[in-house]
Design a protein around this ligand. Structure first.
Ligand code: SF4
Ligand code: SF4
Length: 233
């Protein structure tokens, strides 16, 4: 399940998510991937965060914008109004562009949604509280005794959880700002969105860590966007 960031604005989707059973860190989650590659096939909805793009770019030794141009399509989130990068599926197969055989060609740098799967994640945009829920029925095979904490650690999710939560919170803040300013009807909506896209996705050196650059980008971004939209910072 890959969602655009920000408040979804879709009550039915929110209600469905609210009904999914949440797992606590010590709860059993005895899942192990069987490596079939099915979750990568016919994959058209994989939304990247800025950290996802940065990790792919660093792994490929390319710039974030180059990777985005080669592998992503750009959208404006229907509900969030934010710029969103979605992995562009292979024109021939409809599969994720990184699927090779049954395996992932970018496994060490795979996006968060892939590292989590078959877990889903929900982040409260006001408190940054993160919750995890299994997407049932589970695929794969079993790993007896494994807990949610074990799985998150093993999948590399734990080490990036703080940055991912912060991303969700800041995207919601930016989305709220765009909507409060009148959204697409605002005459300077397009330049504001372009400026946000740079700060969220492109203005990163892969020689330096992601998170400090993200904070710095946002510190610069808010006054610029507020000025563009003519609202108080
Ligand atoms: S990035 Fe890798 S794990 Fe994720 S959908 Fe593509 S091939 Fe699968
Ligand atoms: S996560 Fe599930 S669907 Fe994806 S490769 Fe592993 S077993 Fe297959």
């Amino acid at each position: 399940m890959s969602l655009e960031p920000g408040r979804t604005g879709e009550p039915e989707l929110k209600a469905a998510l609210d009904q999914c059973p949440r797992l606590k860190p010590g709860d059993e989650f005895p899942f192990a991937c069987a490596g079939c590659g099915d979750c990568c096939r016919n994959r058209r909805d994989l939304v990247l965060s800025g950290l996802d793009l940065y990790r792919l770019a660093r792994w490929m030794r390319l710039g974030p914008r180059t990777v985005a141009e080669a592998f992503c399509r750009r959208e404006i989130g229907a509900a969030s109004l934010l710029p969103v990068l979605v992995l562009r599926p292979s024109a021939r197969t409809g599969d994720c562009p990184f699927l090779e055989g049954d395996g992932c060609a970018v496994h060490p740098a795979r996006p968060l949604a892939c590292a989590l799967y078959p877990l889903g994640q929900s982040i409260d945009p006001d408190t940054a509280r993160v919750e995890y829920f299994p997407q049932l029925p589970l695929c794969g095979t079993t790993a007896p005794g494994r807990t949610l904490s074990d799985y998150l650690e093993h999948s590399g999710v734990t080490e990036r959880a703080g940055a991912d939560a912060s991303w969700a919170v800041e995207c919601t803040r930016l989305s709220d700002l765009l909507r409060a300013a009148g959204g697409r009807e605002h005459p300077r909506f397009a330049p504001a969105v372009r400026r946000i896209e740079r700060a969220l996705y492109y203005d990163y050196s892969t020689r330096d860590e992601f998170y400090p650059q993200f904070r710095e980008n946002l510190d610069t971004l808010y006054p610029v966007v507020c000025k563009l939209l003519g609202i108080a910072p």
